[in-house]
Write a protein that binds this ligand. Sequence first.
Ligand code: HEM
Length: 189
Amino acid sequence: MHGTVFILLKRYVQTQYDHSTWVRLVEAAGLTSGDFDHKEVYPDEHMYALVGKAAQMTGVPANELHEKFGEYLVPDLMYMYQKLIQPNWKTLDMIEHTENTMHKKVRSEHAKNSPPVLHVVRHSPDKLEITYVSQRRMGALAVGIVRGLATYFDEADRIVVEPETSENGERVLIRVQRLPAGLPRVGSM
Ligand code: HEM
C-alpha cells in the first residue's frame, strides 16, 4: 500500500489520540519503524496489523476505524491530485470519475500501486452504484471516502451512503444517493 496512506494513518492516530498511542501501536503491530516515505510502497499486512491493533487498543471496531480513516483521508487525497479534478464536480461526479482519473494516475505512478477497481453505474444525476473490487477487502475505507467526499463538497447532509453487501468482501456494492436540498435524511432509499 502507498506510503502516503501510512503517513496519513500516522497523522490520524496522532491527532485523534496522541503520539504515544502511535508509538504503542507501531510496537503492538510488530513493526520496526513508524516512519514511512510517500514514494515507497509498504506491505498491506502492515496496514492490517496497525488497524487491527488500533481496534483492540481503542475498542472501536476495525470497520468503523476504516470508515473514519477513509473520511479523514479525503482532503489530503484531493489536494495531492487536485490537477485532475474538474471545478464543476461534486460528490457523485468525483466518484464516477475516480477510476479513470485518480486511480488511473495512482496506478501509473508506481508499478506496485494497486488501488481498488471501482465499477460505477450512474443511474441518474442524483443516484449511483459503486462495485468496489479489491483483494484488500477494504470496503469500509471506501464507504468512509465517500462520506469524506460528501463533507468535502459540502453535501454531507444530502448524501446517503449504503453498503448493500458486507463491507469485508472482495466485492462490495455501495449505493450513493443525493437527496433534494432541504429534505430531512430519514428512512432508506
Ligand atoms: C480524490 C480521489 C481519490 C484519490 C486521489 C485516491 C487515491 C488512492 C490511493 C493513492 C490509494 C492507495 C493505492 C495503493 O496503495 O495501491 C487508494 C486506495 C484506495 N482507494 Fe482511492 N482515491 C480516490 C478516491 C476513491 C474513492 C471515491 C473510493 C471509493 C469509493 C476509493 C477507494 C479506495 C480504497 C478502498 C483504497 C484502499 C485500497 C484497496 O481497497 O485496495 N478511492 N486511493
